[in-house]
Design a protein around this ligand. Sequence first.
Ligand SMILES: Cc1cc2nc3c(=O)[nH]c(=O)nc-3n(C[C@H](O)[C@H](O)[C@H](O)COP(=O)(O)OP(=O)(O)OC[C@H]3O[C@@H](n4cnc5c(N)ncnc54)[C@H](O)[C@@H]3O)c2cc1C
Length: 440
Amino acid sequence: MSKRVIVIGTGICGLTAAYRLRQKGFDTALLERAERFGGRTKSDYHDGWVDDLGGSLLATTYVEALRLAEEVGLKPMFEDFGGAMQIYIKGVFYDLDMGNPLKAVMNMPFLSWGSKLSLIRLVPTLLKYWSRVNLHNLSGLAELDTESAESFCLKRVTPEAYDRLLNPLTRSMFGHDCNEISVVEMLWMLKTYATAGAVGFKGGMNTFTEALAKGQNILTGHDVQRVEQTASGVVVSARTPQGEVKLEADYCAIASDGKDMQRIYGHALTARQNHFLDKLDYNPLSMVFFKFDIKPEGVGAIVEIPRSEDPDLAALAWYDLWGQTKAPPGKSALIVLGMNSWQYPMYEKPVEERIASARGYLQKYYPHLVEHVVSVGVTPWPRGTTVGRVGNYKRLKDFIADINTTGRVQYGGDYFAQSSIGTAAATGEDLARRMAAAIV
Ligand SMILES: Cc1cc2nc3c(=O)[nH]c(=O)nc-3n(C[C@H](O)[C@H](O)[C@H](O)COP(=O)(O)OP(=O)(O)OC[C@H]3O[C@@H](n4cnc5c(N)ncnc54)[C@H](O)[C@@H]3O)c2cc1C
């Protein structure tokens, strides 16, 4: 008889793990707290708009996620994102073609030649650690995790290159300035994005989650409270609309975020693992979408804003140019991405207040579009993405070293590296591999 595995969580990690475990012959059931599957990815469709409210783009360096997407037949649904970006400096939007980063840097009118050349000083460190920057586990960079990205950069590049290029790229990627995050985070960003293109799916990220979920046994409305390992298997207790249930299985894969994993399984983890999870920091992501009845000329897909221009704004993203999320012909939409200093307090505030605050950015950067707004939306993610502060990856190394690879309970999720769909898929693969190896 095939072994029964309960997978907790139906984000990309859980769906990937369950997909692989079924391939290996396990009898799998996915439990999901919410009423829908997909976790922090979600596409909405209405009146010709496709809105991706969570994860939306895959870097071409997300090898595991892309391989999986191809395997489930989605290659024809890929859509290239050329990498067009802009940087806003003193009232001017400068184009930045990240599809060709070397040429883009050479052509930057807002950087002196001294600043451009100083960027070369990043290369030796990048080359030294290149092979250790990977998606399923960033702990291979633990030895580097002793200083902030700011300190690392300012020892190598000019203040101008830092303020006008490296810090804005980091802000738009993570919603944090370089002084708040580890240098590991920055190396991850440089390897993952500076040398890569990006793709989305025609029809949004639901295309991916629905393809992965096809044929899977998914039980939504199951909020798992506790996972216990017994001598012969596992017992999973969950709250459902019908009351408490206890489910038994041979093995259990936990694919929730790190905090949820700790809530239901922290009792069985080591002190070092709990220490990592205690310190694990997710920032809320409350993006505001403005939709317009026109499509303006000359906008970049992502507009990076240096701190010296605005302390609270990470980036503006034109979503009909930014990957797969689409506006109907002749229309357009802009996403306002605030810095953590904006996100944390904003998340506590009523939606109207968040919208009013974001409207201030619209007024500042695109005043001529204010009268063209036809609707506004807000995406509420209480735990959006992880924040890789200095020390996070040193603690991750301990966390990983303590994984009981022979146990009946294994876990994965986007806390093993910087949060991304690539990480979720890679850790889902890893989780399935560990589980298969653990089975006797
Ligand atoms: C706004 C936003 C934009 C993003 N943009 C991008 C992007 O463009 N590209 C990119 O690569 N990444 C992006 N990300 C990050 C990416 O979406 C996430 O890192 C990834 O989707 C996480 O997948 P996961 O499977 O690890 O976790 P999740 O998607 O969070 O899945 C975990 C699931 O577990 C369930 N769960 C938790 N606890 C329990 C429980 N006790 N019982 C039952 N179920 C439970 C949750 O409900 C959830 O469905 C973005 C994230 C956000 C929020």
